[in-house]
Ligand binder design. Sequence first.
Ligand code: PEP
Ligand code: MN
Length: 338
Amino acid sequence: MIVILKPHTPTPQVDEVLREIQRLGYEPRPIFGSEQTVVAAIGDERTHLTLESLSAMPQVERVVPVQKRHKLVSRESHPANSVLDIDGVLVGGSQFCVMAGPCSVESEEQLLSTARAVKAAGATILRGGAYKPRTSPYEFQGLGQEGLALLKLARKETGLKIITEVLSERHVEQVAEAADILQIGARNAQNYQLLIECARSGKPILLKRGLSERIEEWLLAAEYILAHGNSKVLFCERGIRTFETYTRNTLDLGAAAILKNESHLPVIIDPSQGCGRADLVSALCRGAAAVGADGILVEVHPNPKKALSDGQQQLDIEGFQSLMSGLEPILKALGRSL
Ligand code: PEP
Ligand code: MN
């Protein structure tokens, strides 16, 4: 940390700050300027007591952190990309991972017909919400356990791996039994107790970005999972709240590029929640590949007009097939394969 003192702080008050820095376990190295003194506090900010409390001293102008607070997720701690093995499907390496399926699991026919079609078009992971986080309590809340049973059936029939959302600590065990990846939704992105419980399951976890979550907060949410012994985390950018109303959210592709620099963990883009409009999904998937994301999570429904949730943003089967053919040349140019 760097501690900046107010201009013309008298020596006794400077000494008081130096003593306090020492008391907190750091070695103070003052730099005396003609007007202002700046103190570098040497020590590991991640393991020592925080120096932020120094800002409460009247002679301190500002305390500036130097080290990053996310340790295990940072690229410094693991320079190579982490390649996660999702029961045989590799994510984070040269392959581009396509996860696709309905927003909600609605019926056997709906799920299985979608699963077969997305698999034929090149997807390797099937998405589908059994427990749905709906904004209104009067909207379809998902089939719950029955939905999980249908996901297991789809896995057995098609061999696709399964990703589905966990809404509550109470459901972690049953969801982990049906899923190959646990999805933490935007509304639970900083529900630390849920993150810890999911970490303990040992399953890979796709961590969505919260509706108004800063990148640093997102990195630290992932740090919770790694700090609890589970390093199988995938980040998922799904759009954030901004002033813009043309789209449901603003898909922050820049954040994906930043995360690829900051962290060794795979980054997935969800353009469906990201824009909330089926007509933009394909273009955003091409953008996702171009910024270096490791995969996409796309909503596909055999009949979006009849969908019980998010009908406006789900692609039909034909739309998904054309998304996949549009993606192919871009992946090829980038040296990535499906
Ligand atoms: C979803 O994937 O259907 C979903 C609810 O996602 P999010 O948590 O990003 O809103
Ligand atoms: Mn949805």
